[in-house]
Design a protein around this ligand. Sequence first.
Ligand code: SF4
Length: 124
Amino acid sequence: MAEIDDIICVTCPQGCLLKVKHEGNQVLEVLESGCKRGREYAICELQDPRRMVASTVRVTGGLHPLVPVYTRSAFPKPLIPKLAQELRQVELTAPVKITQVVLKDVLGTGIDVVASRDMPEKKL
Ligand code: SF4
């Protein structure tokens, strides 16, 4: 049976409210779509929802104990809790370079997690 759901598009800061008619994850019609990108977002959100993920991982011997990391591309939403578990296991050794791969092909998604800043060694 078809349903109509509201989805807030997060593709840009405008944050349009979209109305999507669907049966399960099969999109029948995007009734109010804001713009073309909003329509694509609504379809993706029902069929393969993804999010960019930013977090931190531990660093040994660094200027700070943590370094920020992010997924190189939007990550499957249902796998984000498992990604968080994987990140908790990571312990890098300083120095860390920006865009250094921290986890490669996480959970077989083909998506890498990389450092978003340099983390130099702590000077004694
Ligand atoms: S529908 Fe278009 S204008 Fe609205 S938030 Fe999405 S990308 Fe931005």
